[in-house]
Design a protein around this ligand. Structure first.
Ligand SMILES: [Zn+2]
Length: 169
């Protein structure tokens, strides 16, 4: 995936309404999860599917086996969320900004096994971080804006349910 600042085809601007993303992603996710037996353990990361969602915890002795949606996206190299950072302020304070993103992403990962960072790529113009879940990308954009201000834009690809978050300062 080349690091680009332009919005690819198929994406439309959306307002940064957190409720929309929470409800929307939860709905898509529940539809995909109905096929799983409980309990199921992920063969890659040991997350457990129990009581209708993936969570961290002790693996039950008699668990079924599957690959969780986050690990599947990582295996397929198929991100759901893209966070693109650019601008002079970003480049001057990159270490601090990237540290904040890592800290916030780790907090989310501990809460929900499906929310993980995938890859990071950086050049002289911009940095791109990919995520396994659109809610994580959405959250990271909001966290940056909350802490550092700047310009924040969300573009959603409805056909594939992908989110691009562009933050510039
Ligand atoms: Zn997994």
């Amino acid at each position: 995936m080349p690091l680009i600042k332009d919005i690819p085809a198929g994406y439309n601007p959306v307002l940064p309404d957190e409720v929309f993303f929470e409800e929307h992603a939860e709905r898509a996710y529940m539809e995909a999860a109905t096929a799983l037996l409980e309990p199921t353990v992920c063969l890659e990361c040991d997350a457990i599917f129990m009581e209708g969602r993936w969570r961290w915890g002790p693996v039950p002795v008699s668990a079924n086996q599957a690959v969780c949606p986050a690990c599947q996206r990582m295996k397929d190299n198929n991100p759901a969320g893209y966070v693109v950072l650019a601008g002079p302020f970003f480049h001057e304070h990159a270490d601090e900004i990237i540290a904040l993103l890592h800290e916030q992403a780790e907090r989310k990962r501990l809460e929900n096994p499906l929310m993980r960072l995938m890859e990071e790529e950086r050049n002289d113009i911009a940095m791109m971080i990919t995520t396994t879940d659109i809610r994580l990308a959405h959250f990271l954009g909001a966290a940056l804006h909350h802490r550092f201000d700047g310009d924040l834009e969300y573009h959603h690809n409805a056909a594939q349910d992908l989110l691009r978050v562009h933050w510039t300062r």
